[in-house]
Design a protein around this ligand. Structure first.
Ligand code: URA
Length: 270
């Protein structure tokens, strides 16, 4: 016999999938609409949540990815401090995600902290509030930090992509490549003693790894800062599982707990 999901489960599922509006104010006759495929649309149609009604960027066409990445590198490397970097990022129009997001989500916590944590991209709550990791995944992150005696006054938190991808999809490799110079500069300017990359996109793109996160987690890597205007530094970087993944796979929390203990041990070494 089939068991139908109760309605609240379906609504919960749709909300997690990024569907924010089920019905528009006006009826739409989709049969009367021409089928059109835009080659300029930077968001693959099959990955965009149907219920996501935020506009796709048509008013100002984004620069070609190579140009955008080059502008990003120039802007990011010109920032002498984190406030300037944030202002430059806020003005940067090279990433199409910006026009679909509500606001820039730059960082939270203490930029003087010894630990810098880097996630993937803002979700709906972060997009509304403008701070990383304030939703359910963020609450789990706070509990994970508390388990090793840390809180947001001791860590600095950012994402590899600072604008929310529609429907909370994974940022595309192109979006990540365009935003990468900014997070790299953010790391260089914050100059933490330890980096924690959470999830595959942050780990693979910052640490130059290709394996999956379940193979990479728990391992320490050397992260090399850019150093065009200051000496290069090697920062020990630990890959771990993303709290959003742990919410879906609670049995894997034991692995994350192992990673956190490894961080704690390093912090205690001085
Ligand atoms: N997930 C992330 O990777 N970053 C956030 O800021 C929130 C959820």
């Amino acid at each position: 016999m089939l068991h139908a999901d109760p309605p609240h489960r379906i609504v919960e599922f749709l909300a997690t999938a990024g569907v924010e509006t089920l019905l528009g104010d006006e009826p739409v006759n989709r049969l009367a609409q021409p089928v059109k495929e835009s080659v300029a649309d930077p968001v693959p149609a099959n990955r965009q949540s149907e219920g996501d009604i935020r506009p796709t960027p048509t008013a100002t066409a984004p620069a070609a990815p190579d140009d955008a990445a080059m502008t990003a590198r120039q802007l990011a490397s010109s920032a002498p401090d984190l406030d300037t970097l944030r202002a430059l990022l806020d003005q940067f129009d090279g990433c199409a995600l910006k026009s679909m997001a509500t606001r820039l989500v730059f960082a939270d916590g203490n930029p003087e902290g010894r630990v810098m944590i880097i996630g993937e991209a803002p979700g709906r709550d972060e997009d509304e509030i403008g701070r990383p990791f304030v939703g359910r995944a963020g609450q789990l992150l706070d509990r994970m930090l508390a388990a090793i005696g840390l809180d947001r006054s001791q860590v600095y938190i950012a994402n590899i992509v600072p604008w929310r991808p529609p429907g909370n999809r994974t940022p595309t490799p192109q979006e990540i490549a365009i935003c990468l110079p900014f997070i790299q500069r953010q790391i260089e300017l914050a100059a933490p003693d330890f980096l924690i990359t959470m999830g595959a996109p942050a780990t693979q793109n910052l640490l130059g790894q290709r394996e999956g996160i379940l193979r990479l987690r728990g391992r320490w890597f050397d992260y090399q800062t850019g150093g065009h205007d200051r000496p290069t530094r090697t920062i020990p970087a630990l890959a771990t599982l993303h709290p959003a993944y742990l919410l879906r796979q609670p049995a894997q929390k034991a692995l994350a707990w192992r990673d956190l203990r490894s961080l704690k041990a390093r912090l205690e070494q001085g």
